[in-house]
Design a protein around this ligand. Structure first.
Ligand SMILES: NC(=O)c1ccc[n+]([C@@H]2O[C@H](COP(=O)([O-])OP(=O)(O)OC[C@H]3O[C@@H](n4cnc5c(N)ncnc54)[C@H](OP(=O)(O)O)[C@@H]3O)[C@@H](O)[C@H]2O)c1
Length: 340
């Protein structure tokens, strides 16, 4: 075997486009690449290593002969098609929410729980985008001090809702400049010059489904069902990269003077914390980067053993495509062992 036969389902979407680019950039050992999208894109081409690849419609017959499928379609399509891929013997990494909370499905953030991937893993779930970046930032605190309570507010970019949502925000910006009315279809209200405290549907407990994903997925990833977590998820008029204000109540006290050095050593984290020179992470700087950026780190005033900080990551990369490629790299090491 000199490479893997890889498929991307949803290759034309916000996440799928990044997966395709990262497969090239990371020199993942691909011997054959298949691209799948909707009927709308069928017959069109996307470039991989300078070669045009024709997009095929996703169907029950798409999976035969593949080794690995990266899914970047909706949860509904994942439920319909991924069991068929698995039956065909294809290893699957799924970006949708369809299988994340199934007990037998590993839910992986490579900086936190890579050991949950082994040679028997047939379907691996990529967590929710806001959850991934929070978990990368929580991991060093969990290991060194223990976490008791997490309070998080998110500031989520338009592209988190997909390619068309991102285009809707750009369209509203152009309409505003032209003095035309702002159209909203992907979001419940126009997002331009606005904030919408509503992502995914409302649950009976008053939280939204996006907020409950952050609660439940974080507990599963860290295997800490006892963690007390409260999340508020807000859509903001940013094109790309989610931000989060996080406050932790820790089990042990910590030395605030060493916390920046301590966080800077953690895998996947870049600390940008220089208040004197207005140094802190912002979506405009973090977009297109693979790491999770942390800043505004301070001793929290509301909790004993509390710490507050600000986390920004490109949710199309670390929150989706890059996390999936990192998983694919680990899976390759543990299953096929193919070098690029
Ligand atoms: N956006 C994010 O930041 C993010 C982060 C983490 C996880 N996710 C998850 O990743 C998945 C993809 O999200 P996205 O933001 O990339 O969405 P998107 O931009 O709307 O892209 C959706 C993709 O699915 C394809 N598709 C739609 N209907 C199809 C059908 N009937 N058959 C085959 N393919 C079909 C689309 O193809 P066409 O172009 O042909 O329509 C497109 O390639 C979702 O499950 C989402 O929840 C997204």
């Amino acid at each position: 075997m000199n490479g893997l036969r890889v498929g991307i389902a949803g290759s034309t979407g916000a996440v799928g486009i990044e997966m395709l680019r990262l497969l090239e950039e990371t020199a993942f050992p691909v011997s054959e690449l298949s691209l799948f999208a909707s009927e709308r894109s069928t017959g069109m081409t996307q470039l991989y290593k300078g070669r045009p690849i024709t997009i095929k419609p996703l169907s029950e017959n798409s999976f035969r002969g593949l080794d690995l499928l990266l899914n970047a379609t909706s949860a509904e399509l994942a439920e319909q098609f991924l069991p068929i891929a698995r039956e065909e013997g294809v290893r699957v990494i799924d970006n949708s929410s369809a299988f994340r909370m199934r007990p037998e499905v590993p839910l992986i953030v490579p900086e936190v729980n890579p050991d949950r991937i082994d040679s028997t893993s047939r379907l691996i779930a990529n967590p929710n985008c806001s959850t991934i970046q929070m978990c990368v930032a929580l991991a060093p605190f969990d290991q060194a001090f223990g976490i008791r309570r997490i309070i998080v507010s998110t500031y989520q970019a338009a592209s988190g809702a997909g390619k068309e949502a991102m285009e809707e925000l750009i369209g509203q910006t152009k309409a505003y400049a032209n003095g035309s009315p702002l159209k909203a279809e992907k979001f419940p209200y126009p997002l331009l010059f606005n904030l919408i405290p509503h992502i995914d549907r409302f649950e009976e407990n008053g939280y939204t489904r996006e907020e409950m994903k952050m609660v439940n997925e974080t507990r599963k990833i860290f295997e800490k069902p006892e963690w007390k977590i409260s999340a508020t998820a807000v859509r903001v008029p940013v094109i790309r990269a989610h931000s989060e204000a996080i406050t932790l109540e820790l089990e042990k006290n910590y030395d605030p003077n060493t916390i920046i050095t301590f966080l800077g050593r953690a895998p996947g984290i870049v600390v940008r914390d220089d208040p004197e020179h207005n140094g802190y992470p912002m979506p405009a700087d973090v977009a297109h980067r693979k790491e999770v950026f942390v800043g505004r780190i301070r001793k929290d005033l509301a909790f004993d053993n509390g710490v507050s900080f600000w986390v920004v990551a490109d949710q199309l990369l670390k929150g989706a495509a890059w996390n999936a490629i990192q998983i694919a790299q680990i899976l390759n090491e543990r299953v096929w062992g193919i070098r690029a």
